[in-house]
Design a protein around this ligand. Sequence first.
Ligand code: HEC
Length: 345
Amino acid sequence: MPRLFVRAALLFALVRLLSAADGAALYKENCAACHDGGADRAPNREALRGMPAQRVLDALESGAMVTMASRRTAQERRAIAEYVSGKALGEDVQTTPPATAMCPANTTAFSSTEGGLWNGWGVTLSNTRFQDAAAAGFGAGQVPRLKLKWAFGFPGDLSANAQPVIAGGRVFVGSDGGVIYSLSASTGCIHWYYRGASTVRAAMTVARIEAGSGYAAFAGDRTGNVYALDAATGKLLWKTKVDSFPLARVTGSPQFLNGRLYVPVASGEEGAGSSADYECCKFRGSLVALDAANGKQIWKTYTIDEEPHPTKKNTAYERRRVLVRPGKSVRSKTANEPNAPKSPT
Ligand code: HEC
């Protein structure tokens, strides 16, 4: 028993350490520009350290800083609050949907022919984004008379960005918290949910991988992962990282055609590039074609041909070299430096 206790304590300490490291990086990326940079009225690091963790969290979730943290997941907001205050929060956030939100067991069948259809971002391959009266079940004249049938709240999230998709009598939608849901289109109950690695911002796509196979629901996330989930059950069929660049993300909707999934790949490097410490820019956007049956890459085409390579060193780099001394903070010396000049492309 004592050994088990020691292990549990070590694990707990490790989790705390990891979340502290996470909090530091998130703070640097999302908050430091103002709070370390002497922005008007923004409390400095010392003032933030004097606050209870819960007060920082409240500022991020319902106070003055809501817009600064609306893209962060519940766990990320908590990691930031614990890091800046240097204190632990109380209870863990509850992001597991309650049992009462789940559909009754006898309603789990997925029927590809049932209900309306709004599949993918654009509905058709040419992105018409048009729903005719036959598919919708009513005409344009009835739109002003629509009433709310049900509403669904994503547990732990402050915002929702992904366009929901309708297929097989279900709503498929990913969330800022990285959870992918399959809901009943008629009642909003949850058929299944799948916990992905990160925020899902793009519309999903539902398709039959090949004749005779079941239907898959495809989604991309903010860390460059693409998922294929069994549309009926939510079981993971495959998961592929489409780009190894740390800031790579999938924010465009995957598109399915003839057994292939086409995935646009972007990154959040413009955010990192606003820091004078960051060696910018190293990412190229791309379009990737995956085998929809197993997630293997068939080809990848970059949106620009030229490979990223160092072009010049800016003044921030030169000054940093001069200013780095033992015991001195590099960040505080360079925080107000101008950004790297844009390279002539
Ligand atoms: C664009 C600048 C900016 C960014 C980015 C920013 N803040 Fe702030 N923050 C401010 C300013 C300005 C205030 C003072 C607001 C006021 O007085 O109304 C403030 C106030 C606060 C407060 C005090 C709220 C209170 O209850 O008194 C906290 C805590 C805080 N920020 C945390 C954060 C965290 C954590 C982040 C990163 C997720 C962040 N801020 C990002 C500018 C910013």
